[in-house]
Design a protein around this ligand. Structure first.
Ligand code: BGC
Length: 718
C-alpha cells in the first residue's frame, strides 16, 4: 500500500484535472494518484437511509445510495437516487421533499415517442441535480416476459427495439444534464417472485436476440455511465457475479467502458470482482461488505490482482469525468416546475391507449348530461406503482392507502394516489353536466347510479409493487364484478384501467369503451379527462400484448410462487427470443389486444410501400389521416419472414402528427441486427440469404402493406 501511495501521488501530479484530456486518460491519471484505501473506498457504499436506528451515512444527501468521495483529490461523492419516474424520497429521508412524478415507464413506452423519453430523462436529471444528486439509478430496460411481473410498470414493454430506443433516449436525456445514469437490471430480472434467488435459464442466442439486444441498443444510444446488474441468477451464476454476462458480453463483446454497480443487496462474494462487478451498492443489504476490507485482504493474498482494482476505479472515474462531475460547478440550478409538470402531462397524454371504442362512445358527446364516475379513488387522484421508483409528486400524495404485507411490501406497502383527480378534471371540463361519484365498494349502489346516468366511467385499479408479482391477470378486489354490475345497468360504460400491465377483461363485450391509462403521473387525471372529452386525441399504442386468457401466458403458473424466499428455482425462458407478440405470432395465438394496438378519434391509411434491400432494409411508405380530426399515428414495420420462414419482429416505428387529409412519407432503415440471428458458436450476428418479407400495419397483428427485398448475407460483430 505504501508503495502504491508513493508511486501514485508522486508520479501523477494534477494532470488529471486537465479537461482537454479524454475521460479515460484523466481516469488513468487519477487512479494512479489513489492510495489502495482510497481506491477501495470508491468500490463500495451504503444505502443512503438511516436504517436500524443508525444515522444517515456521513456526507450522504439521503436517497438510494452513497459512495464517499476522496476530498484530498477533489473526487466528489456519488450521491445516488432513484430514478426513472422522477426523483424519489424513500422513507421521507429528505423531509417533505417532492419531485415531478412522471407516468410509469410503461406509459412512456406506450407513447412510442423517443423525444418524450429524452425530455422526461432530462427533466428528472435537472431536478436531481438541483437536489445535489449526481447518479440516477434509471434506465430500466428488462423486457416484459411475464405480464404479471410486479415491475413491468418500471420497464418499457416487451420489444427489444422499442425498449432499447426508449431506454437509450431517456439515458441520453439524463446525461445531457451533467448526471450519470445507469441502465438496469442486467439481465433477465423478469419477475419479482423469488428475485433474490431465481435462476433465469435461457439459450444464449435467444438472450442476445431479446433482452441483451434491448440493453445493447440502450447502451449504444445512451452511453450510460454505469450498468446495474440484477439480483437473479442467469444460467446458474448470479447476474452480479456472472463472468459471461459482465466480462464476456458487456465488457468484452460490447467493449463497455463504464462501471458495473450491483443492485442493492445483490453481491454474494468478494470474487464477484473477478467476474466483472466493479462496485458494491447498498451494502447493508448484503451478507457482508464484500468490496471493503475483504477486498483488501483478497488483494494482499493475491486472489484479486491490484490491476483489477485499478480497472474498477478507473471505470468509475471515467464515467464521472465523461458526465462532467468534476468540471461542474457547485451550483444547484432552480427548476421550472411548471415546465416539468407539462412534460409529465405530455407523457400521460401520449401514453394513454384507447383500446376499444366500438360504438364511438368516446370522445364524450356534448349531449351527455348525467355522468357517473365510479371507483378507483378517482375522486382523489391517479394510482402509482410502488417500490424504489415511487415518487412523492409535487403537491404531495393525494391519498395513501396502507396495503400491509411482509418483507418488501411492509416497507413499500402503500397505494399512493398522485394529486390529479380525474373526477375534478372532468367536472372542470364539463360544467354543463352533472358528474356524480360513487366509490364502487357496493356494486349494487354503483349500478343504481349507473342506471340513472347517461354515461358511466368506471376506474379499475391494479396496484403493482416492486418485490411482488400479480398472482394472475384478473383485476383485484372484485373489480371485474363491479364492472359487470355497472355495465349490466348501463351499457354506455367506459372502463379506465389504471394498471401496471395487462389484465383480462371478461366484461369486454358488454362495455362501450376501454382506456388504458397505466399509472399516469402527477397530471394523469387531467390527461385522462382530456382524452375522455376529446381535447386530446389518444395516440398511445400497446408496448405489451394483452392476453386473451391465462393459458396464453408462457408460464401459466408463476415460477417460484409459494416457495420460501431463500429457496432457489429455475425460470425457464423456453420462449427464447420470442417474447410477447413474437411468441403469439409463432404459436398462432390471438391475444385480446396485440402489441402496437391503439385507437384514435381519427383514422389513418397506409400506402405506396417500397422496400429496398442491400446492407439492410429500407422501408418507405405513406401515411394519410383519412378522418376529420388532427391526430398522431404510430405506423409500425415488422419483419414477417426470412426465406419463407415466418416470424414477427418490430424493425421500425415512427410517431407522426397529421392534420385531417394530410399525407406524409415515412422512411425507416432497419438496424441490421433486427434482421439477424445470433450465431452462438461463431459469437457473431449472422444475416442469412433472403428474401426478407416486411409488413406495415397499425399493430403486430395487422398487416396492411407487404413487400420483400434481399439483404446481403454476412456476419457482424457481436
Ligand atoms: C432496486 C433498484 C433500485 C435500488 C436502489 C433495488 O431494490 O431493484 O432498481 O435502484 O433498489 O433503490
Amino acid at each position: 500500500m505504501g508503495l502504491a501511495l508513493m508511486a501514485g501521488s508522486a508520479a501523477a501530479g494534477e494532470a488529471w484535472r486537465d479537461p482537454s484530456l479524454s475521460p479515460d486518460e484523466r481516469a488513468r491519471l487519477l487512479d494512479a494518484a489513489l492510495t489502495l484505501e482510497e481506491r477501495i473506498g470508491l468500490l463500495h457504499g451504503p444505502m443512503a437511509l438511516s436504517l436500524d436506528g443508525k444515522p444517515l451515512p456521513a456526507g450522504a444527501l439521503g436517497g438510494a445510495g452513497f459512495i464517499p468521495g476522496v476530498p484530498r483529490l477533489g473526487i466528489p461523492a456519488l450521491q445516488e437516487t432513484d430514478a426513472s419516474l422522477g426523483v424519489t424520497n424513500p422513507a421521507n429521508v429528505r423531509p417533505g421533499d417532492t419531485a415531478t412524478a412522471l407516468p410509469a415507464s410503461l406509459a412512456l413506452a406506450a407513447s412510442f415517442n423517443p423525444r418524450l423519453a429524452y425530455e422526461g430523462g432530462a427533466m428528472i436529471a435537472r431536478e436531481a441535480v438541483s437536489k445535489g444528486f449526481n447518479v440516477l439509478l434509471a434506465g430500466g430496460a428488462n423486457l416484459a416476459r411475464d405480464p404479471r411481473n410486479g415491475r413491468n410498470f418500471e420497464y418499457l414493454g416487451e420489444d427489444p427495439w422499442l425498449a432499447g430506443i426508449m431506454a437509450g433516449e431517456s439515458i441520453r436525456g439524463i446525461q445531457s444534464q451533467g448526471m450519470i445514469s445507469t441502465v438496469k437490471h442486467f439481465s433477465l430480472n423478469g419477475q419479482e417472485t423469488g428475485r433474490f434467488v431465481a435462476n433465469a435459464v435461457i439459450d444464449e442466442a435467444a438472450h442476445r436476440e431479446s433482452d441483451l439486444l434491448a440493453f445493447q441498443i440502450a447502451i449504444e444510444r445512451g452511453r450510460p455511465g454505469a450498468v446495474m446488474c440484477a439480483y437473479n441468477q442467469v444460467n446458474g451464476a448470479y447476474a452480479c457475479g456472472n463472468e459471461h454476462l459482465l466480462n464476456g458480453v458487456l465488457k468484452g463483446d460490447w467493449g463497455y467502458p463504464g462501471w458495473v454497480m450491483s443492485d442493492w443487496g445483490a453481491v454474494k462474494a468478494t470474487d464477484f470482482a473477478l467476474k466483472g462487478l466493479d462496485q458494491q451498492s447498498g451494502e447493508q443489504l448484503d451478507g457482508q461488505v464484500w468490496f471493503g476490507p475483504a477486498l483488501k485482504q483478497a488483494v494482499a493474498a493475491g486472489t484479486v490482482p491490484e490491476d483489477r482494482l485499478s480497472d474498477m476505479a478507473r471505470r468509475i472515474l471515467r464515467s464521472m469525468f465523461a458526465a462532467g462531475l468534476f468540471d461542474a460547478g457547485p451550483a444547484r440550478p432552480p427548476v421550472d416546475l411548471a415546465a416539468h409538470g407539462a412534460i409529465a402531462r405530455q407523457v400521460a397524454d401520449e401514453g394513454i391507449v384507447l383500446l376499444a371504442n366500438p360504438k364511438g362512445l368516446l370522445p364524450l358527446a356534448p349531449a351527455v348530461k348525467r355522468i357517473a364516475v365510479i371507483g378507483g379513488h378517482a375522486d382523489a387522484g391517479v394510482l402509482s406503482g410502488a417500490g424504489s421508483s415511487q415518487v412523492t409528486g409535487i403537491g404531495g400524495d393525494a391519498r395513501s392507502v396502507p396495503v400491509g404485507g411482509e418483507g418488501a411490501l411492509a416497507f413499500w406497502g402503500r397505494m399512493v394516489f398522485h394529486a390529479s383527480s380525474p373526477l375534478k378534471a372532468l367536472r372542470a371540463r364539463l360544467p354543463g353536466a352533472s358528474v356524480t361519484f360513487d366509490d364502487g365498494r357496493y356494486p349494487a349502489a354503483a349500478a343504481a347510479l349507473a342506471r340513472a346516468s347517461d354515461v358511466v366511467i368506471v376506474f379499475a385499479n391494479q396496484w403493482m409493487a416492486e418485490g411482488q408479482d400479480a398472482y394472475d391477470l384478473t383485476l383485484p378486489e372484485g373489480q371485474d364484478a363491479l364492472i359487470e354490475a355497472v355495465a349490466a345497468a348501463n351499457s354506455n360504460c367506459i372502463v379506465v384501467l389504471q394498471t401496471g400491465g395487462p389484465v383480462l377483461m371478461p366484461w369486454l363485450g358488454r362495455v362501450g369503451a376501454v382506456l388504458s391509462a397505466w399509472y399516469s403521473g402527477q397530471q394523469g387525471g387531467e390527461a385522462i379527462a382530456d382524452v375522455l372529452t376529446g381535447a386530446v386525441n389518444p395516440s398511445g399504442r400497446l408496448p405489451i400484448t394483452f392476453p386473451a386468457g391465462a393459458d396464453q401466458v408462457p408460464r401459466p403458473q408463476l415460477p417460484g410462487w409459494g416457495l420460501l424466499p431463500t429457496q432457489p428455482f429455475d425460470v425457464v425462458y423456453d420462449e427464447g427470443a420470442d417474447v410477447g407478440y413474437r411468441r403469439y405470432a409463432a404459436k398462432g395465438l390471438t391475444p385480446l389486444f396485440p402489441f402496437g394496438h391503439g385507437l384514435s378519434y381519427t383514422t389513418f391509411s397506409y400506402g405506396g410501400l417500397t422496400v429496398t434491400g442491400g446492407e439492410t432494409l429500407t422501408v418507405r411508405f405513406q401515411v394519410t389521416n383519412t378522418g376529420k380530426r388532427a391526430g398522431q399515428d404510430v405506423p409500425q414495420v415488422y419483419l414477417a419472414g426470412i426465406g419463407g420462414q415466418p416470424l414477427r419482429r418490430l424493425i421500425g416505428f415512427e410517431k407522426l402528427a397529421l392534420d385531417p387529409g394530410e399525407r406524409r412519407t415515412v422512411t425507416l432503415r432497419a438496424d441490421p441486427r433486427l434482421l439477424a440471428r445470433f450465431d452462438e458458436a461463431g459469437r457473431r450476428w449472422r444475416i442469412d440469404g433472403g428474401p426478407y418479407r416486411v409488413v406495415v400495419g397499425p399493430s403486430a397483428a395487422e398487416a396492411v402493406l407487404t413487400g420483400t427485398a434481399a439483404v446481403t448475407p454476412r456476419t457482424m460483430a457481436p
